[in-house]
Write a protein that binds this ligand. Structure first.
Ligand SMILES: C[S@@+](CC[C@H](N)C(=O)[O-])C[C@H]1O[C@@H](n2cnc3c(N)ncnc32)[C@H](O)[C@@H]1O
Length: 218
């Protein structure tokens, strides 16, 4: 049983209809700009060793993993079958509405690194998801939750729509710690827009990440 952090009102969202309806049609678009995506791929290069079993939770048609790194396998989860089928990085995938069912169909300690990109902000039961992620992560494995300052407003619970960027970082960390994850590392960075605009000082989507590493067993 997960340790509850949110109140019932913090879980509410404007559009309470089934999330599967909102994601019924595939969206072959980028949800984050090139500057953010570049920073994310660089982070993955630094942190996820080749040969890892990777889970891209709340994925789409892109996983942002470095093209030159080979992993043991990349598992993908999301809400739209067509998007996941079109994602060239995924070896296997499944669809599951995490706001209805948080139990992940994966064995204990079977994943080296789980990635959630622009997804946590839609979770209404983040505590149960965080507890499941701890269960499936091998000792020493990690969870990387990345996001920016955008969202589908009607689909994000109140805890996210009401919060600042800083609140979001602290909220993700609080939920993880409450489930037994060690204190995570927090990253908060500006990015530079790509191309000419960046050269003259334009900024890209801000980059935020929460990185938690499961304690290695003695
Ligand atoms: C903004 S998209 C980000 C997709 C992808 N991670 C990326 O970087 O392009 C949000 C994703 O969250 C996932 N998602 C949203 N609500 C969900 C829910 N209730 N259950 C499971 N996944 C959900 C879907 O996979 C959706 O594509």
């Amino acid at each position: 049983m997960a340790v509850q952090v949110l109140s019932e009102s913090q879980r509410r969202k404007w559009d309470a209809s089934d999330d599967a309806l909102f994601y019924a049609e595939p969206r072959f678009v980028h949800h984050l700009d090139a500057a953010f995506r570049q920073r994310l791929t660089a982070l993955y290069s630094e942190r996820i060793p080749a040969g890892s079993v990777v889970l891209d939770l709340m994925s789409s048609w892109v996983s942002h993993l470095p093209e030159t790194t080979t992993y043991a396998s990349v598992l993908g989860h999301g809400l739209n079958e067509k998007e996941l089928a079109a994602n060239p990085r995924l070896d296997q995938h499944w669809t599951q509405n995490l706001n209805r069912d948080q139990t992940l169909p994966l064995d204990n300690g079977s994943v080296d690194a789980t990635l959630i990109v622009a997804g946590w902000q839609y979770l209404q039961q983040p505590e149960a998801v965080a507890a499941e992620l701890l269960r499936i992560t091998r000792p020493g494995g990690q969870l990387i939750v990345a996001f920016s300052n955008r969202m589908f407003f009607t689909k994000a619970p109140q805890v996210w729509t009401d919060g600042s960027d800083r609140d979001h970082l602290l909220y993700v960390a609080e939920v993880l710690i409450a489930q037994g994850w060690p204190r995570p590392e927090l990253i908060s960075e500006q990015t530079r827009a790509s191309g000419l605009a960046g050269l003259i000082g334009a900024k890209g989507d801000p980059f935020f990440a929460v990185i938690a590493t499961r304690t290695a067993q003695p």
